[in-house]
Design a protein around this ligand. Structure first.
Ligand SMILES: CC(C)(COP(=O)(O)OP(=O)(O)OC[C@H]1O[C@@H](n2cnc3c(N)ncnc32)[C@H](O)[C@@H]1OP(=O)(O)O)[C@@H](O)C(=O)NCCC(=O)NCCS
Length: 227
């Protein structure tokens, strides 16, 4: 699912509930130490997504190795790789690419359901809320509020490795392109309302991404290409 949203150079490995997420996978001791105190649900998702990350490393010819959380929880990838991970009920995915191919990337998956009461107002700008109402009228089968939320998470996951800074939900204005009327995928653009990171001397003003709704999930991916 997320593979469809990313360029071909990105190695994506996904797992669904039916794949017995994380069963039979042993963590490296360093990873084990990170989640020693975690509840069972967190341990399962942490393990399952790392199994995906190891397979993605193998796809790229990189020996599998631990993926430890770094600053503010951002995953620390082996030298020369960049990537992103996501997990939600019944699904997890890891996407990795050689650092020479892309500057940054972020992926996110969520259950394709309405956001809980009050969340949209907290994470969406008034202009975004207005656009979502229009999308809901023209494409009522899609939970656009959830897609917007997922897009913001993907933006943050691609923003953070470039800046090392927090980005508030209201600091990016996201416009979602609904795609073809019969399709369940499309693109989006996140216009930054704060100064973006400098990449090779060029200031990034917007992040571009793609979305899809499939198998009860809403998924998004953001890619920052080399200038
Ligand atoms: C960090 C965050 C984006 C994770 O998203 P989520 O939907 O809660 O959870 P997901 O399962 O999709 O992703 C979790 C993975 O994100 C990754 N992640 C966590 N912090 C991260 C960071 N600072 N930068 C990049 N990736 C990060 C980790 O790999 C994590 O998995 P792990 O803990 O097993 O290693 C979210 O919790 C958060 O803090 N959001 C607030 C910031 C934001 O979204 N701003 C919007 C800007 S427009």
């Amino acid at each position: 699912m997320i593979e469809e949203l990313l360029p071909g150079a990105v190695a994506v490995v996904e797992a669904y509930d039916g794949d017995a997420l994380g069963d039979g996978v042993s963590l490296y001791p360093e990873e084990e130490a990170v989640i020693a105190q975690a509840v069972e649900k967190r341990r399962r998702e942490f393990t399952a997504v790392r199994a995906c990350a190891r397979q993605a490393m193998e796809k790229l010819g990189v020996p599998p190795q631990p993926v430890l959380p770094g600053e503010r929880g951002a995953p620390r990838w082996p030298d020369g790789l960049i990537g992103s991970m996501t997990h939600c009920a019944g699904y997890c995915a890891a996407a990795l690419v050689p650092a020479g191919d892309l500057v940054s990337l972020g992926i996110d998956a969520e259950p394709h359901d309405r956001l809980p009461e009050g969340v949209l107002e907290a994470v969406a700008l008034p202009t975004e809320q207005t656009r979502l109402r229009g999308l809901a009228r023209s494409h009522p089968s899609i939970h656009w509020d959830r897609l917007l939320f997922s897009a913001k998470e993907s933006v943050y996951k691609s923003w953070f490795p470039l800046t090392g800074k927090w980005l508030d939900f209201l600091e990016a204005d996201i416009e979602i392109d609904p795609g073809a009327a019969t399709d369940v995928s499309g693109g989006f653009r996140a216009r930054l309302l704060v100064p973006g990171p400098l990449v090779d001397g060029r200031r990034i003003k917007a992040f571009d991404g793609r979305w899809t709704v499939l198998r009860g999930l809403a998924a998004t991916a953001v890619v920052v290409p080399r200038p």
